[in-house]
Design a protein around this ligand. Structure first.
Ligand SMILES: [Zn+2]
Length: 105
């Protein structure tokens, strides 16, 4: 086993991996009907992201208000309007609006 130097970069990579894993779990829990457990996973992922200053890249996949993981049509109503998309959280009623712009890299 080679020893890997754990620099700042690697810590961020690990954080990102954890966040990915937590969001995947959150999605599974929604489908299983465990809304509360799902929220906990999202909250945890967000906390890790904050601590490591890592962008989660999951901005539109959860409710910013109650941290429900959005799994349409189970717990979110998605409407696309002219140039924007609105997501209504069915758990707390919060409406998030985002512009419909393709992200380019
Ligand atoms: Zn909500």
């Amino acid at each position: 086993m080679g020893r890997r130097h754990l620099g700042k970069r690697d810590a961020k990579d690990i954080a990102r991996e954890r966040i990915d894993g937590l969001f995947a779990l959150a999605e599974q829990e929604v489908h299983k009907g465990s809304a509360e457990r799902s929220k906990r996973y999202v909250s945890l992922a967000l906390r890790i992201g904050e601590r490591h200053k890592v962008r989660t890249g999951y901005k539109r996949t959860y409710c910013p208000e109650c941290h429900s993981f959005f799994a349409p049509p189970i717990n979110v109503r998605v409407r696309t309007g002219r140039g924007s998309i609105s997501m209504t959280c069915l758990a707390c009623g919060h409406i998030s609006r985002y512009p419909l712009v393709q992200k380019r890299r």
